[in-house]
Design a protein around this ligand. Sequence first.
Ligand code: 6PG
Length: 227
Amino acid sequence: MSDVELIVCDNAEVASRVVAEHLVTSARRGGHIALSGGSTPRPAYELAAELESDWGLVDLWLGDERLVPPADERSNFRLVREALVSRVRVPPRLHPVDTSLAGADAAAAYAHELEPVVLDLAFQGLGGDGHTASLFPDADALQVTDARAVSTPAGLEPWVERVTMTISFLAQARCVLYLVLGAEKADAARRAFVEEPETATPASLVRSAAGRTIAILDPAAAQDLST
Ligand code: 6PG
């Protein structure tokens, strides 16, 4: 049986709406939210901004970041700013990774800034290879238990160094929420949410230790969950 609450929506649009509603509920309650990059979450971020214009109670973090300038189109911070932050009346307090630093220094600075933080919501994507945040299959970063964020080489395109929150830090989050869309994620979704946890599928290792872990999927991404 899965330790994850699996929610299969009618289609990708509905799934994005369900995620947007989770984000908005969390924003209204206030606290620390970490967002993911990638292409999947953009509609959910845009909708969340439409549904709630006051994000003043939120401290906004990035679960991972690519080591590129904030204006670069590969920047996760740019995605979050464009799709959410720039669209709301009262913005959240922003905690971008300082990508002007070398990877190890940027990670150490982020880890330090995260020291007093317990995430209320860690919103995660899932890669077709089973990665989440920038926790790539069998990477050294998966073994780190004494830091909240680390630097890591890219496991896929874009081939730029990353900073990522660690498994042990994400485990402290009160809620870990995945959004997984599309048939190309179906195999990874089965490995991440149904099969035994393994380092070859990092998303199988990222769970809220004391809270909820929820995965929102569309039918295409969910097609292999029961096979
Ligand atoms: C990133 C991520 C990463 C992402 C997955 C899924 O910076 O790339 O945060 O973990 O969520 O790679 O990406 P897509 O949504 O583009 O498939």
